[in-house]
Design a protein around this ligand. Structure first.
Ligand code: MLT
Ligand code: ZN
Length: 456
């Protein structure tokens, strides 16, 4: 029945690429979570806004659920198609549409990778400053759908700050031009900001106008070894007060062990429980003065400052290589957010809880500590089945969510709710908020066909 209707889509849009091979269904039906078995109906690969709009209209008329799809590097299951949905991949829509030197904006199709956006901005001597390790694979449309953060939020903010305009198709197939690149626009609700972070549940982002900025002053990259979390908080306060930070990222000795086993180079000898990779604008002398102050206080136990671009890249690899180095251990991922001031209290409670609940499991802590965003990855022991491991982690995540709620935090800082964190949404959002979110969904997507089952 649906196959017959699919044939009607193919005949209406003969130029549309529609894939139904099992290998394609598997490839496009999953994201980096690898927890669900992909089972999409088919994959539609529009090459233009008109084709994308025709696909959404067809889905609306035929009551077919759609999963918008970019680079599928998401870690919350937001791009999974496991229930016969039609995947709407933006992969072929990957071009720069316009650059405006006066406005300093770049208008792009949603399927461009973040790396391609960086390269395009660089050709004009400017930067698009949102950045993270998946840059080579993730798509800008997906970055917008999750309000992606990454490693330079402390300086530049999240994706939201850099979106001047969006072209979006809502659940009825209507085309919306939101904000149109304006800096000031006080003309009612800013629907652009509802779309940003909505995880494909309100509309399909097909084009975006991105703000660009000047490249930063030449920067220094340092790796620091620290004795404990209290020291880490002191070092953060010191560095933030004295240097102009671009990034302040942390990881533990357990994370270091994995990333070194995966080919990264050791930069500091000895065993230290915590490490920070930080990047800031400052000359070497100023940087060393701050570093020495941290050493004198006993907050920093060792450190190294990159002396070349290659060394800076090697230090960054220690942090950016963590996700890849953990992948084969099927990590259960948590991506939590707290006010920075609430971090020490929260950490003391949660480390005790994790120690009790996971005595025999590797728990890997790392993340964007300067943004109050921690990634807590629990690695699957070989002795546990996938299902038992997830069931065990779900129980602990319930406690984690309760503790977060008590400290006023969020169960998702930057990865989104998707499928993975859906059971815990109530720990971060009130019943009233969720009811309003459902109401908004109903307005944008009256038949509930856009990314159904994600977020709530
Ligand atoms: C990162 O910051 O490296 C990713 O967002 C975190 C993860 O893989 O859990
Ligand atoms: Zn992250």
């Amino acid at each position: 029945m649906t196959a017959a209707r699919l044939a009607s889509l193919a005949s209406q849009l003969p130029a549309l690429r529609l894939l139904t091979d099992p290998s394609d269904l598997e490839h496009y039906g999953r994201d980096w979570t690898r927890r669900w078995t992909p089972a999409p109906l088919a994959i539609a690969l529009p090459a233009s806004v008109e084709e994308a709009q025709a696909v959404v209209r067809w889905a609306y008329e035929n009551d077919v659920a759609l999963v918008p799809s970019g680079g599928r590097t998401g870690l919350s299951g937001g791009a999974v198609a496991a229930h016969g949905e039609l995947v709407l991949s933006l992969e072929r829509m990957n071009k720069v549409l316009a650059f405006d030197a006066v406005d300093r904006t770049l208008t792009v199709q949603a399927g461009m990778t973040l790396q391609a956006v960086h390269d395009a901005a660089g050709q004009h001597g400017l930067i698009y400053p949102v950045d993270f390790a998946a840059r080579g694979s993730c798509a800008i449309g997906g970055n917008i759908a999750t309000n992606a953060g990454g490693i330079r939020v402390i300086r530049y903010g999240n994706t939201r700050e850099w979106i001047a305009g969006l072209t979006v198709i809502n659940g009825k197939g209507e085309l919306l031009h939101l904000n149109r690149g304006l800096i000031k626009n006080s003309s009612g609700y800013d629907l652009r900001h509802l779309i940003i972070g909505s995880e494909g549940t309100l509309g399909v982002v097909v084009e975006a106008t991105l703000k660009l900025t000047d490249p930063p002053a030449p920067s220094q990259v340092m790796l620091l070894a620290l004795p404990d979390m209290t020291a880490l908080m002191h070092v953060f306060a010191l560095f933030r007060a004295r240097l102009s930070l671009q990034a302040f990222e942390f990881f533990t000795d357990v994370a270091l062990r994995h990333v070194l086993a995966h080919g990264a180079q050791r930069a500091i000898d000895g065993d230290h429980p915590y490490y920070v990779v930080t990047e800031f604008d400052a000359d070497e002398e100023a940087a060393l003065a701050v570093f020495e102050q941290g050493m004198e206080q006993g907050w920093i136990h060792d450190g190294v400052m990159a002396q070349s671009d290659a060394q800076a890249a090697a230090l960054w690899r220690l942090r950016e290589g963590i996700t890849e180095s953990l992948a084969s251990h099927k990590p259960y991922k948590n991506d939590i957010s707290l006010r920075i001031s609430a971090l020490p209290g929260f950490l003391a409670e949660i480390q005790a809880l994790l120690g009790e609940e996971y005595p025999n499991m590797d728990v890997v802590w790392f993340g964007h500590i300067g943004d109050g965003n921690l990634h807590i990855n629990v690695l699957k022991p070989a002795t546990l089945s996938d299902a038992d491991f997830i069931a065990q982690c779900d129980v602990v995540t319930k406690h984690l969510a309760q503790t977060l709620q008590q400290h006023g935090g969020s169960i998702s800082a930057e990865h989104g709710i998707g499928l993975v964190k859906k059971p815990y949404l109530e720990s971060t959002r009130t019943a009233e908020e969720i009811a309003l979110m459902r109401g908004v969904k109903q307005v944008f997507d009256p038949k509930g066909l856009l990314n159904p089952g994600k977020v709530f």
